[in-house]
Design a protein around this ligand. Structure first.
Ligand SMILES: NC(=O)c1ccc[n+]([C@@H]2O[C@H](COP(=O)([O-])OP(=O)(O)OC[C@H]3O[C@@H](n4cnc5c(N)ncnc54)[C@H](OP(=O)(O)O)[C@@H]3O)[C@@H](O)[C@H]2O)c1
Length: 287
């Protein structure tokens, strides 16, 4: 299969490039911003038409949840990357009869009440980042009516090996490991319950989905077992024998511009479950 991966140097994009590229049946074209600026619709149309991929995977995104909440320029960038780009790519996929895979987030859900969401549950975001991801989803889904072949994969709390990309955002667990070297005590939010997801597991499950007989539509792919940030750090420090004290705090006690869902557990009702996050984390810390 001829596959175009965009955002190929990002956290997920790196793993997707590895997983799809390891299969000799695939011809993978892996691009990041050095090869294409995906916000340039004309360029996207031209390059996709030149390559004629059978599958386009969009791993480009704007993920700075707090930055875009109170900075208008950042919000514009978030809208461009999370709304315009998936629309451009979906259009290009439609024109070239390619399948598109687009990723979204648990932040498209409000996160109140029980806070567990099946794939078709009503969406409603509580912050700007979530709104942009939701709008991006809607454009892809809308084009389904025009014959677009699409998979929309929602995921949450992504972590995994740091990509070579110098600017790559550090994952939560790496940040906590660094902090533990400097501090005797850490305050960590014991809330915002959702599922940690190991990028190599998500990439593998994405490939399995493409190769399955499953229909197009929305899928939830996360490692099994919901956890708060606090529970994540406790498990990390246990695995690494770190003695830094971890204090649970409430979400409201950490001052941040963007509101977060209290609980946004993505329930996977359509595919085989991924392994537990604890198992994935143990593999990650022993790499
Ligand atoms: N990270 C999470 O915790 C999380 C949670 C839920 C859902 N998700 C979703 O999972 C997906 C993958 O996220 P991720 O964390 O792997 O993202 P990421 O690491 O930020 O990767 C995005 C990649 O896209 C590139 N890019 C940005 N603007 C571009 C442009 N104009 N043209 C071409 N490339 C451009 C980035 O390059 P630069 O680095 O140079 O900007 C980066 O390599 C996204 O849809 C995200 O919303 C992530």
């Amino acid at each position: 299969m001829k596959i175009l991966i965009l955002g190929a140097n990002g956290n997920l994009g790196t793993q997707l490039t590895k997983v799809f590229g390891d299969d000799p049946e695939n011809e993978v074209i892996a691009w990041d911003r050095e090869q294409i600026d995906v916000t340039d619709q004309e360029l996207v149309d031209k390059k996709v038409a030149d390559i004629k991929p059978e599958l386009i995977i969009n791993a480009v995104a704007y993920n700075a949840v707090d930055k875009c909440e109170d900075d208008e320029d950042e919000y514009d960038l978030a809208k461009e990357l999370n709304i315009d780009v998936p629309r451009y790519l979906a259009k290009a996929a439609l024109t070239n009869k390619a399948i598109i895979i687009h990723y979204s987030s648990d932040y498209v859900f409000e996160g109140n009440g029980e806070g567990e969401y099946e794939e078709d549950y009503e969406t409603k975001s509580v912050n700007r980042y979530g709104k942009t991801k939701l709008m991006g989803e809607r454009d892809v889904i809308r084009m389904s009516g025009m014959g677009l072949k699409w998979y929309l994969i929602r995921t949450s709390k992504l972590f995994g090996p740091k990509p070579e990309n110098q600017d790559a955002k550090e994952n939560f667990f790496d940040i906590m490991l660094k902090l533990s070297e400097k501090k005797d005590e850490l305050n960590v939010v014991d809330g915002e319950r959702s599922c940690f997801t190991y990028a190599p597991d998500l990439a593998k499950a994405t490939k399995e989905l493409v190769e399955s007989e499953k229909g197009f539509g929305i899928y939830h792919l996360v490692n099994e077992g919901p956890a708060t940030w606090y529970e994540g750090v406790k498990e990390l420090f246990r695995l690494k024998n770190i003695e830094t004290k971890v204090n649970p705090i409430a979400s409201e006690d950490l001052e941040r511009p963007a509101k977060r869902p209290k609980s946004s557990v993505l329930k996977n009702t359509k595919l085989s479950p991924l392994r537990s996050w604890k198992e994935a984390l143990a593999e990650y810390v022993n790499l």
